[in-house]
Design a protein around this ligand. Structure first.
Ligand SMILES: [Zn+2]
Length: 222
């Protein structure tokens, strides 16, 4: 995903800021922040594990199966892979509409790329360790911490590892999700985590235009 200009805090209405502050102060949410720190070694382990499963464009099945295994371990229900390779896991709630939390599981790297994933001190290195192993693990971390902190929530969650976000994947995974009758009208809110850091939040629809460019000439060096 490409960078977009950041939204400054002043763009957020006071009532939203107040509500976020109120939620952040709840004992369950404060406990959840503690759980994120406590479980961090597990998150780093997952991040290295998933990075070692190649997921080039149109070759995401093995990584999808890895993710389905983690969804099952975390106690999510209805864990399944759809016909294009998206992976789903549900945390039940009350009501028929869902909050989706998704992360793309494909990388930009061809299948032949050596995956020399390693940890040096507190840093992780290797192809795709940030984009989007970090996003995948952020999604797993939320699923884990909501459970261990017993945070009450009304709407059910659906966690989605989607294929085909990068390059010629052309968003085929998410396009498929929102063309599927089960999900098209059932997802009320959609949160997407991509890459590392929290310096950029895009709070509106993110446009995506794809161009095919054909250049004709006498040839020579590319
Ligand atoms: Zn990405």
């Amino acid at each position: 995903m490409e960078r977009t200009p950041p939204v400054s805090a002043s763009d957020v209405t006071p009532s939203v800021q107040q509500e976020v502050s109120r939620l952040a102060g709840l004992p369950e949410v404060r406990a959840a922040f503690g759980r994120f720190r406590f479980e961090e070694p597990q998150f780093a382990q997952w991040q290295m594990e998933v990075s070692r499963v190649a997921a080039p464009p149109f070759g995401e099945t093995a990584r999808g199966e890895w993710l389905a295994g983690r969804f099952r371990e975390l106690g999510l229900s209805d864990v399944q892979m759809d016909e294009v390779g998206n992976v789903f896991g549900v945390r039940p709630g009350y009501g028929s509409r869902f909050v989706s939390l998704s992360a793309h599981i494909d990388t930009v790297f061809p299948a032949t790329t050596p995956l020399n994933i390693r940890q040096q001190g507190t840093r992780l290195y290797g192809p795709g360790v940030s984009d989007n192993a970090a996003g995948i693990v952020a999604m797993l971390a939320v699923a884990s911490v909501i459970d261990s902190s017993r945070i009450p929530h009304a709407l059910p969650f659906v966690f989605i590892g989607n294929v085909g976000e990068e390059g010629e994947g052309d968003l085929r995974g998410m396009r498929h999700v929102f063309q599927t009758p089960r999900w098209r009208d059932a997802i009320a809110y959609s949160l997407i985590v991509d890459g590392a850091g929290s310096d950029t939040v895009v709070a509106e629809a993110l446009g995506s235009r794809r161009f095919e460019v054909i250049a004709r000439g006498p040839g020579g060096h590319s």
